[in-house]
Write a protein that binds this ligand. Structure first.
Ligand code: ADP
Ligand code: MG
Length: 367
């Protein structure tokens, strides 16, 4: 294994949250949360506003005590260990830089607090300035930096003392799209270079999918699903997760039956074959398919494919992709997206929408 890739792997922490609950008065902000964070992992907490992401991060940091449950780090119970002893790095949206300190003084601050020798501080600050691309800006005050540069200083300051865990709470939500993407790249690179355990909070699904080794999806204080980005996107366990991670087509099925990891049902007089996770929904089932997994053609699909007859109602040009809005003969709305380079092949409004059986999956029809 290349040693330079993970400089402080040995330093990275493994965390286990066991049945964590948090109430504010009668309100349950977190409900029985159990979750493992691997050593050196990039875990993203994803969920709508108010789902408990910040509350959980504050509990990890030690700024909030859980009402119930325990928190373990590297096998030790740290539930009652105060924040300053946990000593995690932190980058928060509103966690401002010290306005009266220069870039290098800001980055040096956590090292000074820890009484590191001045030669080490100097070397470490120099390394961090370079690592986040701020060479030449060392003597500037934060007010003379752009938003993106300020967040780079915040990242450098949080990583300067080589924390075993870095907590990031929606650090880029105030930045515009291009800058946000640049900062995402930066964070990904810093994670690879340092090997530190990163716990990142966002409500932006594409940011979560792009950055993380695993994504944990929260709603109403509950952990709904955790898994690799591709897994949660392509095999969501519930309609909430499926819809929160991106647009999805839902086709209600009649008479569905289950055979191991395959399900079969009828939609508008045609048999639809899908993957299933082995458990049958209690009431009805729906076939769920992402818009980019469907294709439009003038004929029904080949063997092993599902097809439904549709009419194109509208199309939206999105640059690299084009999105088609369609309606089945029975009146169900569908969306299909395809690379714009292929969109010119569609000449008629009456078409077939097809997809391979393994690209559709069975979800319960309730919410
Ligand atoms: P998120 O970060 O996912 O947007 P939070 O963890 O900040 O959500 O909040 C989860 C819920 O807990 C929200 O409904 C919020 O209003 C509530 N909450 C958070 N902190 C407090 C507090 N100190 N007192 C009362 N309610 C709180
Ligand atoms: Mg929050």
């Amino acid at each position: 294994m290349p040693q330079s890739m993970h400089l402080s792997d040995a330093n990275a922490a493994e965390i286990k949250a066991v049945s964590i609950g948090k109430t504010f008065g009668a309100f349950h902000a977190l409900k029985d949360l159990t979750l493992d964070i691997g050593r050196g992992e990039f875990l993203t907490l994803l969920g709508p506003s108010g789902s408990g992401k910040t509350t959980f991060l504050m509990i990890l940091a030690g700024f909030l005590a859980p009402t119930t449950g325990r928190l373990m780090m590297n096998g030790k119970d740290i539930t009652d260990v105060p924040a300053e002893e946990r000593s995690y790095g932190m980058v928060f949206q509103g966690y401002a830089l010290f306005p009266h300190l220069t870039v290098e003084q800001n980055i040096a601050f956590p090292l000074k607090v820890r009484r590191r020798p001045s030669a080490e501080i100097k070397r470490r600050v120099g390394e961090m300035v370079e690592r986040v691309g701020l060479s030449g800006h060392e003597k500037k005050l934060p007010s003379r930096l752009s938003g993106g540069q300020q967040q780079r200083v915040a990242l450098a300051r949080a990583l300067a003392f080589e924390p075993s865990v870095l907590l990031l709470d929606e650090p880029f939500s105030a930045l515009d799209k291009n800058l946000r993407e640049m900062m995402q790249e930066e964070v990904r690179r810093l994670h690879q270079e340092t090997g530190t355990t990163f716990v990142f909070v966002t409500h932006d699904q594409s940011e979560a999918l792009a950055l993380s080794s695993r994504v944990a999806i929260f709603n109403h204080g509950e952990l709904l699903q955790i898994g690799r980005p591709q897994h949660v996107y392509e095999r969501p366990a519930s309609r909430f997760v499926a819809e929160f991670l991106g647009e999805i087509n839902l086709l209600p099925l009649e008479d569905f039956s289950l055979n191991g990891d395959r399900a079969e049902g009828r939609f508008e007089q045609r048999t639809i074959v899908l993957t299933a996770n082995g458990t049958a929904p209690k009431s009805g089932g729906v076939a769920a398919v992402r818009p980019e997994h469907m294709r439009i053609s003038s004929r029904s699909g080949a063997d092993g494919e599902n097809s439904v007859a549709c009419t194109i109602e509208a199309e939206t040009y999105l640059g690299g992709s084009t999105k088609y809005h369609l309606r089945t003969n029975g009146g169900v709305g569908l969306a299909v997206s395809m690379p714009t380079v292929n969109a010119g092949n569609i000449t008629s409004k009456d078409v077939w929408v097809s997809w391979p059986a393994e690209q559709g999956f069975l979800l319960p029809d309730g919410s």
